[in-house]
Design a protein around this ligand. Sequence first.
Ligand code: BDR
Ligand code: CA
Length: 311
Amino acid sequence: MSTAPLPIILDCDPGHDDAIAIVVAARHTEVLGITTVSGNAPLSATTRNAIIMRDLLGMSAPVHAGAEVPLVRPARHAAYVHGKSGMDGADLPEPSGPPASRDAVGFIIDTCRAQEGVWLVPTGPLTNIALALRSAPDLAARIAGISLMGGGTFGNSTAAAEFNILCDPEAADIVFSYGGPLIMAGLDLTHQFQAVPARVEMVRALPGHLAVVLADLLDFFSGTYRSRHHGIGGAAVHDPCAVMALTHPHLFQRKFAHVEVEIHGTRTAGMTVIDQRALREVPEPNCDWLTGIDADAGWQVIVDAITHFSH
Ligand code: BDR
Ligand code: CA
């Protein structure tokens, strides 16, 4: 019995690993729309990159531009990882046109009101999702859930905080306390999923232009990771994990935990505080916390998805 692909809205800030997330989503889900947010690069760049990826994959999904700045903090970007464009390292085509709108939040609200059971899949700062939940609280009960990349038991932007959560902790707080199903692909998981040279070569060996573009992007991404870290074989390919958690759940190990976002800490703002106490009195779990991945099988999902579109 074949099951219908899950309807999703992919909310992203491409971003090399967001680009891979778009490929996996295009192959294995029904992408109702791609919404963009300021994050790895300014909004104009992440929107441009999302449109380019949509075009390269021949997708019909609209791209809607969203929040240019976080809820209360100034914008921060990650050119030190992704380059100034957000997707440095490959020869990319010009986008086919402008975004469908500059109202990603309105698009998310309208789409989730028109159709129950949509999964929101954020792979960037959570500004758009928080704005949607805040202005349309009914969405919490209408969506199937939220599967996000962010957080973990350690940080990458500070000792405590992962980049997506640190960019907009106030938005993340709204999302982590929204009350419905929540899946977290944090750094504990995504650092197990690296674009080591042999894996990038699997992509480069595929026929077609898309494979070359993605292999070039992965080479750049892994280059910045290797130059910034001690002892890492390649970039942590974070964002497709939030998609595969829905499409290939058997590849993951998980724990259920209560997770809250620190928004006040002078050293810990943006930390996801995961309650791992074995006490009876701890709050009910609100989060499906992904702790492990079958990395070779996950990489094969990516290779197969690229193969599908690259010829
Ligand atoms: C997250 O931050 C970005 O650099 C990546 O695209 C990913 O979503 C990892 O911390
Ligand atoms: Ca991202």
